[in-house]
Design a protein around this ligand. Structure first.
Ligand SMILES: Nc1nc2c(c(=O)[nH]1)N[C@H]1C(S)=C(S)[C@@H](COP(=O)(O)O)O[C@H]1N2
Ligand SMILES: [Mo]
Length: 201
């Protein structure tokens, strides 16, 4: 059937939504907050973002230095393992390609760490090639603390628990070292299109 359904009038794009929903997901239009534990509040004067571990030379940026890096605007769909998906979210931030530029990695995995003792593991290749950003802006406004402000990781092609809020750094590792949710039974990779929710999926 190629005739547009009248029922979808007034909701532009609605017919395309189904193909953009990974298996088992439903659409939401609000923006749920999912945090394990309290919202950390690190003053910007103490904030740094660092890349260390298995690298030729560790690098670190203050908030001012980070905000001076070239930013990109990204519109993308996000998919939470608790089954909500949100389409066309708009973010602004620094590509991991920009942050990793000139860093010589000596390992193929990354342990992402954030304020509040949150960690998550991601293969380095999944952070490069225009696939991941450290974002500071959501829908044109500074990222709200409950959504990870001042800055969070955005890795939209993986389940949203990989997008660490209050992100502070990347540690390059030789092996895939499981992070907070992954140790607690979530899938080590987390591809929503293959429905990799839990270990063994
Ligand atoms: N630091 C930190 N990052 C986190 C989490 C968390 O508890 N702490 N929760 C994750 C989970 S399970 C999801 S679904 C998203 C939720 O982001 P939101 O609260 O902005 O919707 O953040 C992810 N990043
Ligand atoms: Mo989640």
């Amino acid at each position: 059937m190629s005739t547009p359904s009248r029922g979808f009038r007034g909701r532009p794009g609605a017919r395309a939504d189904a193909t953009r929903l990974p298996p088992g997901q439903y659409l939401t239009h609000d923006f749920p907050v999912l945090t394990y534990g309290p919202t950390p509040r690190t003053p910007l004067s103490e904030w740094t973002f660092s890349i260390d571990g298995r690298v030729d030379a560790p690098v670190s940026w203050t908030w001012e230095q980070f905000r001076d890096l070239p930013s990109e605007t990204v519109m993308t769909d996000i998919h939470c393992v608790t089954k909500w998906s949100k389409l066309d979210t708009t973010w602004e931030g620094v590509a991991l390609d920009t942050l990793m530029h000139g860093v010589e990695p000596g390992g193929s995995y990354v342990s992402v760490w954030a304020d509040g003792d949150y960690t998550t593991n991601i293969p380095l290749a999944d952070l490069l090639g225009g696939k991941a950003w450290v974002v500071h802006t959501y829908a044109g406004e500074p990222l709200a603390p409950e959504h990870g402000g001042p800055a969070r990781l955005l890795v939209p092609h993986l389940y949203f628990w990989k997008s660490a809020k209050w992100v502070r750094g990347l540690r390059v590792t030789a092996t895939d070292e499981l992070g907070f949710w992954e140790v607690n039974g979530y899938h080590r990779y987390g591809d929503p299109w293959r429905e990799q929710r839990y270990e063994g999926d």
